[in-house]
Design a protein around this ligand. Structure first.
Ligand code: DX5
Ligand code: ZN
Length: 216
């Protein structure tokens, strides 16, 4: 069954613990880290992940929208992230490979993310080395509440094929503009993890919103 990962970017940071409790029915918790360089927004960093880790046992799916993410792999792993996802556009390929190697040594799960402009083929060399997750952005990263880019659906389908060929078992996550309608399109294209910020936290009943995203 598809996994749902609510993004705390849409939570109320003054009541973060309470807002994490409101999505306990979800599978993972999606943590958006933004540095004001790779994306124009600044969100949260290592100390917040550390506090979240002390508060919940949920799987922390940590999306690093950060330039040269290799600089922060150890810090986020030590803070308690379960999975770290780095953007292919955030550094040169050898540095991205090195960041993924470092994750392996630290025992943290390893993901790569693609901006909308980046082609599906870019994932192949990384899948061949073994990955836990590929994240396809269906908005320009940086902000919650944007419109789903349907032109990314063929890319999701193409990456699903690459995963089956080169790294079966790797998860395929979609992030940006996911709601009950677009969720179905993503799953039909091959996604098995859906991030949702505004669709969950903008709902009066987050548990019902999570069920709707699962197609229940
Ligand atoms: C955007 C973030 C997303 C964002 C999704 O850069 O990576 O995780 O929180 O928010 P919605 O679901 O509102 O598009
Ligand atoms: Zn994200």
């Amino acid at each position: 069954m598809v996994k749902i990962a609510p993004s705390i970017l849409s939570a109320d940071f003054c009541r973060l613990g309470e807002d994490i409790g409101r999505v306990a029915a979800a599978d993972w918790l999606h943590v958006d880290v933004m540095d004001g360089m790779f994306v124009p927004n600044i969100s949260i960093g290592v100390p917040v992940v550390k506090s979240i880790r002390q508060h919940t046992d949920m799987f922390l799916d940590t999306h690093l929208m950060v330039e040269k993410p290799g600089r922060y792999v150890k810090a986020f792993a030590d803070a308690g992230a379960d999975l770290l996802t780095v953007h292919l556009e955030a550094d040169m390929p050898p540095a991205i490979h090195a960041a993924l190697d470092e994750m392996k040594g630290l025992g943290v799960k390893r993901g790569i993310a693609l901006r909308p402009i980046t082609a599906a083929e870019a994932v192949v060399p990384y899948l061949c080395e073994g990955l836990d997750l590929v994240l396809v952005m269906t908005v320009e990263p940086g902000f919650g509440g944007q419109k789903f880019m349907a032109d990314q659906l063929p890319k999701i389908a193409a990456i699903r094929e690459y995963i089956e060929k080169y790294c079966p078992g790797c998860a395929l996550e979609v992030d940006g503009g996911v709601n009950a309608e677009t969720a179905k399109l993503c799953v039909d294209a091959g996604a098995d993890v859906l991030v949702a910020g505004s669709a969950v936290y903008g709902a009066s009943d987050p548990a019902a919103a999570i069920a709707a995203l699962r197609g229940e």
